[in-house]
Design a protein. Structure first.
Length: 452
C-alpha cells in the first residue's frame, strides 16, 4: 500500500518480456527504437470543478493533495517493464551526480524567457544507431542563476503582515516595485490584474522573505523575485506571471509550483525546490483549459517524494535544470511523467538519483522520463521532444514510453540505471489500445533497449 492508501502493482499482467535470445538479437540490431510504461484509469484532481477551475484554499487541503497523488498513482498502477536487461553488459561512462547548490541568489543577471517550442515529429519511425559516449561530452543542466533584485520604477514598502503585502500589491501601479520587509509570513492569496506592464514584488534589498504559500487566482502582470516559500506557489487562471528565484523547502505533502487549468504565459526560473511531494505539477479538467506557454527553466529540484515534474495536461518548455534525488524507496517516482502533455520540450538537463539509493530501492518502477496515457480519457501525449539530457541512476529505465504520438529524442544519454546499472536505457512497449508513432532518435546513447 502506498502512503495514499492505493496499492501499486509492480508489473503489468501479460507483459511480454524478452527472451535472452531476443535481447541478444536486439543488441545486434543497433537501430531499433524503444519505449515503455503504463497507465490506467485515473481521476483528474480537478474533474469535479467547473471547466478550467479547481477550488483553491490558502493551504492545500489533505483531500486535494490526495487527489493529486491519486492521479499520478493511477497512471503507475498498471505497472512497468522489467527493470533488468539480460543483454550483454555495456560499459558506459557515467556522468557525475549533480551536487547541491545552496548559494544565495542576489547578483544581477539577464532574464531569458523562452516560449514553448512546437515540435512536429515525423509520422514515420526513423532508426538511428546508438552512439558510444565520449568523455567530456555529457550534457547536463545548469540549474539556478542569480536573480536581479534591483527594484524597478517607483517603490513602496509593504507593512510587515500578510495582509499588508496583499494591500501593497493591489495598490502598486504598473512599472513599480513592492518591497517586502524581511521576515516570515503566512499564506497569501493575490488576484491583482495588471493589464499592461508588470508590478514587481521582492524583498527589501538585503532582506530574506519567506512566505508559507502564495496562491495566485485570476492574477496577471506580476513579477515575483527572490521570495522563499514553505508550502509552494499555485497559479489558477493566471496569465503573464513570472516567479524568479527563491528556495522552496517543502514537506512531502506539498507541491512546489502547481499550475492549474486556464493559466498561460507563466515562467518559473532560477528556483530551488526541496523535499516536495512533486516539484512542478501541470493540470486541467479538459483540453480546452490546459495550461499553455509554461516555461520552467534554470531550476534545481531535490529529494522529492514522488515526481520532479508531472504533466497531467499542458504545454511547456522545461530546460537547463538539475533533478536529483528521491526520498521514498518503496514508492514510484519519475524524473518527468507526461500523461496528457502536448508540445512539450525537455532539454539541457540532468535527471539522477544517488547510486546507493538506486541499488537499495524496493520499488523498481522509477524512470527518468515516463510517457503514457489511458485510451478514452481524451489525453494523449503529442509532439514531445527530449534533447541534450543525461539520465542516470534511476531505479528502473532511463526513458520509458507506453504511448505517444510524436516523440523526438536528440542527444539523450541514459546509462547506469537499475540495480547495478543493468536496466534498460530505453523501452518501447505500448500499452493495450495505445500507439507509439513518430519516434525519432538522433545522436543518442541508449545502448540497452527493449522494443515491442
Amino acid at each position: 500500500m502506498s502512503r495514499h492508501g492505493a496499492s501499486r502493482p509492480r508489473r503489468r499482467p501479460g507483459l511480454r518480456l524478452p527472451t535472452a535470445a531476443g535481447v541478444l538479437a536486439l543488441a545486434v540490431l543497433a537501430g531499433t527504437q524503444a519505449v515503455s510504461d503504463a497507465p490506467s484509469v485515473e481521476q483528474d484532481a480537478s474533474s469535479t470543478a467547473a471547466v478550467g477551475e479547481v477550488p483553491l484554499t490558502e493551504v492545500a487541503s489533505r483531500a486535494e493533495r490526495e487527489a493529486r497523488a491519486a492521479e499520478r498513482a493511477a497512471h503507475r498502477a498498471s505497472s512497468r517493464p522489467a527493470t533488468t536487461s539480460s543483454a550483454p553488459a555495456t560499459t558506459t561512462t557515467p556522468a557525475p551526480a549533480p551536487t547541491t547548490n545552496t548559494s544565495t541568489t542576489t547578483a544581477p543577471s539577464t532574464t531569458n524567457t523562452t516560449t514553448p517550442a512546437t515540435t512536429t515529429a515525423p509520422a514515420s519511425t526513423t532508426t538511428a544507431a546508438p552512439t558510444t559516449p565520449t568523455a567530456g561530452t555529457t550534457t547536463g543542466g545548469s540549474g539556478p542563476r542569480p536573480v536581479d533584485l534591483t527594484p524597478q520604477g517607483a517603490t513602496r514598502t509593504a507593512t510587515n503582515t500578510a495582509a499588508g503585502i496583499v494591500a501593497a500589491v493591489n495598490a502598486a501601479p504598473a512599472g513599480s516595485t513592492v518591497l517586502i520587509p524581511g521576515g516570515t509570513y503566512g499564506a497569501l492569496s493575490v488576484n491583482r490584474q495588471v493589464s499592461s506592464g508588470s508590478v514587481r514584488v521582492q524583498p527589501v534589498p538585503g532582506a530574506t522573505v519567506t512566505i508559507a504559500s502564495v496562491n495566485l487566482t485570476g492574477a496577471s502582470g506580476l513579477d515575483w523575485r527572490g521570495v522563499n516559500t514553505t508550502a509552494g506557489v499555485r497559479f489558477q487562471n493566471t496569465t503573464r506571471v513570472q516567479w524568479r528565484g527563491g528556495t522552496h523547502t517543502l514537506t512531502s505533502a506539498d507541491t512546489g509550483f502547481l499550475v492549474h487549468g486556464g493559466s498561460r504565459d507563466i515562467t518559473v526560473e532560477d528556483v530551488t525546490v526541496r523535499g516536495a511531494d512533486c516539484s512542478f505539477y501541470l493540470q486541467a479538467s479538459d483540453e480546452a483549459s490546459r495550461p499553455t506557454g509554461i516555461v520552467l527553466q534554470r531550476f534545481r529540484s531535490e529529494n522529492v517524494h514522488q515526481d520532479h515534474v508531472f504533466i497531467s495536461r499542458g504545454s511547456a518548455t522545461i530546460q537547463d535544470f538539475v533533478m536529483s534525488g528521491h526520498t521514498e524507496d518503496a514508492e514510484h517516482q519519475d524524473g518527468v511523467q507526461i500523461v496528457g502533455g502536448k508540445d512539450v520540450m525537455i532539454r539541457r538537463g540532468t535527471i539522477a538519483n544517488d547510486r546507493a539509493f538506486r541499488d537499495r530501492a524496493i520499488d523498481r518502477n522509477d524512470h527518468g522520463v515516463m510517457i503514457n496515457y489511458t485510451p478514452g480519457e481524451g489525453r494523449v501525449p503529442e509532439r514531445i521532444t527530449l534533447e541534450d539530457l543525461d539520465i542516470h541512476d534511476m531505479t528502473s529505465t532511463g526513458v520509458a514510453v507506453a504511448g505517444v504520438q510524436g516523440l523526438a529524442l536528440t542527444r539523450v544519454h541514459a546509462h547506469d540505471n537499475g540495480p547495478g546499472g543493468a536496466a534498460y536505457d530505453l523501452v518501447s512497449d505500448p500499452d493495450p489500445g495505445n500507439v507509439v508513432t513518430g519516434l525519432v532518435e538522433v545522436g543518442c546513447t541508449l545502448l540497452k533497449r527493449y522494443v515491442r
